[in-house]
Design a protein around this ligand. Structure first.
Ligand code: FES
Length: 161
């Protein structure tokens, strides 16, 4: 583990995996983004112990690692669900009542925007126009688009996942 010691509840973290990922970057400069990309590929998000480990191993201030991780939308600081729900908050969907749909989904799942259910089945996000305005109000779950949504259709759709 190259002299970096795990502490407290983080002692079970898979530091060996992070160490393996770091091997190809040893001695290289400007690697923060690719290193974080590799970690996210491995874990599905950026676990805090992994970022702390990277900071110590690459001798980069942890504040800089967090700065990069929070600057780029591609990085996630919390675990993500197996299914990603994206509800469109664009103008056409707004006019067609997407607010009620959004509220209902959050009520059914018991989570807010950007959050993930405890069983890690769903992450709920809101996005700008997704280019299917003719079907407003619209959401996607993973790669599938659901249009002309109404609150009473939502439970049936979510049950499929
Ligand atoms: S505004 Fe929702 S798809 Fe365009």
């Amino acid at each position: 583990m190259s002299g970096v010691t795990a502490t407290g509840t983080e002692k079970d973290f898979a530091y060996d995996k992070v160490e393996t990922l770091l091997q190809e970057f040893t001695g290289k400069k400007g690697v923060t983004v690719p290193v974080l990309q590799k970690i996210q590929e491995e874990f599905g998000y950026l676990p805090r112990p992994a970022m702390e480990y990277v900071a110590k191993r690459l001798r980069i201030p942890i504040s800089k690692i967090f700065g990069v991780a929070t600057f780029y939308a591609q990085f996630h600081l919390h675990p993500r669900g197996r299914n990603i729900i994206r509800v469109c908050r664009g103008t056409a969907c707004h006019v067609r009542g997407v607010s009620k749909v959004a509220e209902k989904i959050q009520e059914i799942l018991g989570i807010g925007v950007g959050e993930t259910t405890e069983d890690l089945n769903f992450t709920y996000e809101e996005v700008a126009c997704i280019g299917a305005c003719g079907l407003a109000p619209v959401m996607t779950i993973n790669d599938k688009t659901y249009g002309k949504l109404a609150s009473n259709k939502l439970k049936g759709i979510l049950k499929k996942y």
